[in-house]
Design a binder for this molecule. Sequence first.
Ligand code: FAD
Length: 407
Amino acid sequence: MDKKSVLIIGGGISGITAAVEAAEAGCKVYLIEKRPYLGGQVARMNEYFPKLCPPYCGLEINFKRIRNSSRIEVITSAEVENLSGTAGDFTIELRLEPEYVNSSCTVCGDCSAVCPVEAKDSFNFGMSMHKAIDLPHELSYPNRFYLDDLVCQKESCKKCEEACNYDAINLEAAPGKRKIKVGSVLFCTGWEPYDPTNLKEYSWGESPDILNNVMMERVGAPNGPTSGKILKPSDGEPARKIAFVQCAGSRDENHLPYCSAVCCSASLKQAIYFTEQDPENRADIFYIDLRVSGRNEDFLKRVEENQQIRLIKGKASEVSLLEGSPVIEAEDILSGRKIREQYDMVVLATGVVPCIPGLKGIELDPDGFIAKDALENGLSAGGCCFEPKDVASSVRESTGLVINALQ
Ligand SMILES: Cc1cc2nc3c(=O)[nH]c(=O)nc-3n(C[C@H](O)[C@H](O)[C@H](O)COP(=O)(O)OP(=O)(O)OC[C@H]3O[C@@H](n4cnc5c(N)ncnc54)[C@H](O)[C@@H]3O)c2cc1C
């Protein structure tokens, strides 16, 4: 075993950054991702604050570095089952999903064209449909079709296997296992959105026009369910008036007691790209405090100067439905005025929940993040494993971790 080898768990922007930095510094890297594609949450985003550029620019550059590196092995659709050993000598046991589509896939699309099964597209949070065998999304890396085990008719259909001219599909593929030995392990397992079904006061699930903030990113994205046009999911009509509800589940003892750090900047960004679509569009942001820092301050200034956006200091107490459209009740704290207003769409800025795998030796704090200073020698963590972070901080931290590990 190469002592300078590292296994990175999680192929989001933090894990990808750590992988390319470590490989370019001479380490052998195994990058493990549970989904069939790399990129994590960032791959699903529309624009990036603070610059409002497409997230795929940054990801593409890193995918190129991975593609050109002989030192990085990317293992997708895989999770760590067991981790044992000490610094310089770890053994990791992986559980691999069945490889129904192998690396001979040329992305020709013949399989998808004949597939008779349509299912909700999880990449778009169920807001569009896709085939049971399809690309996970149009820019996915590795660029390979993926078969959705839960909906595919497999042996009773076989149309995709017959249509494939490259022997890339095997419907009888079985789950696998693999053992890897490395010198160090880095956790970059990121976050998931807080489950909005817990937010009864905001009528979650009662109207498709009440979304959470990660769904809003897909609605605004050019490769999203409406090709970037912000339309009401209920009837496909353009949304003209959207409310953003901050701290939906964050800074609340009944939900997440902590601040998720990125939701304010995310809503400011979403209000900007929504109002830029049409001069008639109006956005209201209901907030307790607007928490933006560093370069995102400029961003807040840009929103404050935007006549199409109102910043309302006051937590939305309720979202209800009136003739199918969401209505918000809140108190504007600065004027003391009670507000009851109807919207085309409501976006709940739900918080960030850590996604740490339950493994021996990984101690969690009361909020579910990895406990600071509790990692044993040879184990480290980046990105949102200790606390919620934006992309720039996640990338900086991952690079720093690799430098530390090398020293
Ligand atoms: C609505 C919203 C909008 C945002 N917009 C911006 C923005 O515009 N600009 C900005 O800078 N930041 C933004 N952020 C923050 C940004 O999403 C995070 O900074 C970024 O996702 C952190 O990257 P990460 O790699 O640490 O985590 P993630 O993106 O969550 O990636 C983690 C990866 O690990 C994988 N994984 C998890 N568990 C396992 C496991 N057990 N085994 C294998 N793989 C696993 C996941 O599948 C995922 O691919 C936004 C956040 C929200 C909530």
